[in-house]
Design a protein around this ligand. Structure first.
Ligand SMILES: *Cc1c(COP(=O)(O)O)cnc(C)c1O
Length: 378
């Protein structure tokens, strides 16, 4: 840091310079984030100083958080779910598994394991490390959903939880949560549904998927308002069916206005809680459905266009994620060539493919331009 501060003009110029180095979302097809809705930005600015880590001081913000928990619980089949607004899918995943780990530890269990699909988000690698539990990976079926037989085979007396993904990060596929729920009920095992991305998509699809608290075996769900919920970063949400799971996460907070805290972080953004509240109130289910409908329409447009130029999808799109299949040796070259044309797409691991997430910042013109470049590149 300099000894003396700079003028406001100089700071503004510095910021502008840095801003120009950031990409804008228009040609980004590799991200699950997007521009937050204008009303979310407004609310965020209004509550910038609000700290939910000490929520006794910010009762209005606290009320908004409670309301969001109820709205998201209701969206996911249980208006009376218990939870809090986290920093995102990673924190929610950590906390879900930490809750059941703590509960089982009290019962004297050690060397615990959980079973996740091979497609699980990389945050589960952090979980293995942080919580000292084994993370076993179950294999997939041909449509890249978790194979329930593989899950069953991996269960042993040290298994404390199974994870299903409702909207896989790489392929946008939905695991057979109903079957997993059946297994969870039969074996009395905690079932966590990672719907970080899919939580704001699946309820609005034309096709009906059972994946939420309406299934009795589902104990907890993660859903991210900062992905398809149009809120500001950081906004995640963890929901539990039973309050005692939340209690497993509580530490006492002697010098704050509250007695205890269940979040992983201490100081916690009230701004993004306000942003989430505002945007959900503003859009309602109807507004969210309009957004999902358009993303799905454009996803199909992209996949159909790619088919016409001879590139098949890895799976027919279930959500607004398109994965295009190339010979293994080709994918990297195509992704790089597209990058030279200022597109940002990503690659999936197994099978290797080109991945494009069609977020609300994408429009029809963009898809057309992308398809033209794709055709030239291949
Ligand atoms: C994005 C994502 C996460 C991680 O969420 P962050 O908000 O990036 O921490 C976890 N699980 C799934 C399925 C995701 O798509």
């Amino acid at each position: 840091m300099e000894e003396r501060g700079m003028s406001r003009e100089m700071i503004e110029a510095l910021l502008q310079e840095k801003k120009l180095k950031d990409l804008s979302y228009e040609r980004i097809l590799s991200s699950m984030c997007t521009y937050p809705h204008e009303i979310a930005v407004y609310a965020h600015g209004m509550f910038l100083e609000s700290n939910l880590g000490d929520s006794g001081l910010f009762r209005g913000t606290r009320e908004m958080e409670d309301k969001v928990i109820r709205m998201l619980g209701a969206l996911l089949g249980n208006e009376n779910a218990f939870g809090y607004l986290s920093t995102g899918g990673t924190e929610s995943n950590i906390q879900a598994i930490r809750a059941i780990r703590n509960r089982k530890r009290k019962e004297g269990l050690s060397d615990m394991n959980i079973i996740v699909p091979e497609t699980a988000h990389f945050s589960f690698d952090k979980i293995a490390d942080l919580l000292s539990i084994n993370v076993q990976k179950a294999s997939l079926d041909e449509e890249l959903r978790v194979d329930v037989n593989s899950v069953e085979r991996l269960i042993n007396d040290k298994t404390i939880g199974i994870v299903g993904i409702a909207g896989t990060t790489e392929f946008g596929q939905i695991d057979p949560i109903k079957e997993l729920s059946g297994i969870a009920m039969d074996r009395d095992i905690f079932l966590f549904v990672d719907a970080a991305f899919g939580g704001f998509v699946i309820p609005f699809l034309d096709e009906n998927y059972e994946f939420d608290f309406s299934l009795d075996g589902v104990s907890a769900i993660s859903i991210d308002p900062h992905k398809m919920g149009m809120s500001t970063i950081p906004a995640g949400c963890i929901l539990f069916r039973e309050e005692f799971y939340l209690d497993e996460l509580v530490v006492s907070t002697p010098y704050l206005t509250t007695k205890g805290q269940c979040s992983l972080t201490g100081t916690r953004s009230g701004a993004s809680a306000a942003a989430t509240y505002a945007v959900l109130k503003y859009l309602g289910k109807e507004g969210l459905k309009t957004i999902v409908d358009e993303c799905m329409r454009l996803t199909r447009l992209l996949v159909d266009g790619a088919k016409r130029i001879g590139i098949p999808p890895v799976i027919e799109p279930v959500m607004n994620v398109a994965t295009l299949s190339f010979p293994e040796s080709e994918v990297g070259r195509v992704v790089n060539a597209l990058e030279e044309r200022r597109w940002r797409v990503s690659m999936t691991r197994t099978p290797k493919s080109l991945r494009a997430v069609i977020m609300p910042h994408t429009d029809e013109e963009t898809i057309k331009l992308f398809l033209e470049d794709l055709e030239e590149v291949v």
